[in-house]
Design a protein around this ligand. Structure first.
Ligand code: FE2
Length: 201
């Protein structure tokens, strides 16, 4: 198994990547749920977006779906982040900003799915800290879908099983995803991003 690797960025904007973040077991548990969720995913208008075509993707909000959060493999796996002392101390190396982690008292988790020509133009997340975790079925069946921090001209190549943490107000965009072969809608072969927002109530 590949080893976890922390990549800390301090300037011009403090963000962190963690490569190979979850175990193969955790990934398998999440995929079982993703297979069930994908046919139920729908386009949803974003908050404060200028136009209807600012994004093209589908998503499902896990907090709305489950009354009991323990039911969800994805939520259980994502919760492991909260007990990851190494991750939190590395974030504090990135910036004092991440001390706010300890003061956030609410979270929201959803899965976004991109295939065919899906994209998301420049926007800010309405939260304090944003975590993005990328996953896809192998062999990888698409190109594109990289993340851009648009105010800083930074491109973040997405990797499977990579976690990214950044201040939610950092403007960012997702490149169009192109499927290598034609696939049915909601095929499950596209780009999954499990997103968790840390918030203040
Ligand atoms: Fe976003």
């Amino acid at each position: 198994m590949n080893k976890k690797e922390y990549v800390i960025h301090q300037k011009p904007i403090p963000y962190m990547l963690v490569k190979n973040y979850f175990s193969e077991d955790d990934i398998e548990h999440m995929f079982r749920e993703l297979k069930f969720l994908t046919p139920k995913m729908e386009f949803q208008d974003g908050t404060n977006l200028p136009t209807k075509d600012h994004k093209k993707n589908v998503q499902i909000n896990l907090d709305k779906l489950y009354e009991n959060r323990d039911t969800s493999n994805i939520l259980n796996v994502m919760n492991k982040i909260y007990n990851d002392g190494e991750l939190i101390s590395n974030l504090e190396i990135a910036s004092w900003f991440y001390e706010v982690w300890g003061y956030t008292n609410n979270d929201n988790t959803f899965v976004a799915y991109y295939e065919n020509t899906d994209y998301y133009k420049t926007h800010r997340d309405i939260a304090v800290i944003s975590m993005m975790y990328w996953l896809w079925e192998e062999p990888k069946s698409f190109t594109g879908g990289n993340l851009h921090l648009t105010d800083y001209d930074i491109e973040i190549p997405i990797e499977r099983n990579q976690l990214m943490i950044m201040p939610s107000s950092t403007r960012h965009a997702v490149d169009p995803v192109k499927m290598i072969k034609q696939t049915d809608k909601l095929s499950g072969m596209g780009r999954y991003c499990i997103v968790r927002f840390l918030k203040l109530k």
